[in-house]
Write a protein that binds this ligand. Sequence first.
Ligand code: ATP
Ligand code: PH2
Length: 169
Amino acid sequence: MTSRAVLSAGSNIGDSRAHLQRVVSALGSELRAASSVYLTPPWGGVEQDDFANITIIAEGERTPREWLEFCWEMEREAQRVRDVRWGPRTLDVDVVTVEVDGATVISDDPELTLPHPRAAQRAFVLVPWLEIDPDARLVTPDGELAVTTLIEALDPDEVAGVRRAGAAG
Ligand SMILES: Nc1ncnc2c1ncn2[C@@H]1O[C@H](COP(=O)(O)OP(=O)(O)OP(=O)(O)O)[C@@H](O)[C@H]1O
Ligand SMILES: Nc1nc2c(c(=O)[nH]1)N=C(CO)CN2
């Protein structure tokens, strides 16, 4: 079984670039592509510092659940404290979507919902993803859509707020 995961990582506490870089490094030979680091205004209505975000493509023999466990492990290592929903954090790693043997995995399990139910609304996920995969597509409740189409549907100010800040690392 070969699986391909798109992961989104964000940080707005501490050395954000270092937190993101550790995720990239931890993937080792499973890393296929990592976007530049983007500085992004906070999404979700909580007043807080801007985030640094990256989107990553990884490939390996992991099940979807094992990709989630990788995300948890990364968050644990960054000593993330669960506090305010959509609030500040040292590191947040989400599984955006997983393909197993070329087919998109669909799951409504609250512990691992796939594709991630809010990814289509998040410029901080989609813009970096497009950088590393110009043909990226996401399965949404409205069908499978090109990431470019999803970005066009977002608030242009939100998209413009996602600023490339240089290579990861
Ligand atoms: N696709 C997914 N990727 C990561 N976590 C998920 C996913 N689907 C469900 N979850 C569950 O969501 C729980 C809460 O995640 P987390 O605290 O990172 O949420 P959040 O970052 O505040 O919000 P959001 O889910 O909107 O990014 C996780 O413990 C995990 O079990
Ligand atoms: N720009 C941006 N906003 C967020 C982010 C994030 O990674 N980037 N993560 C959040 C946690 O769910 C809430 N809001």
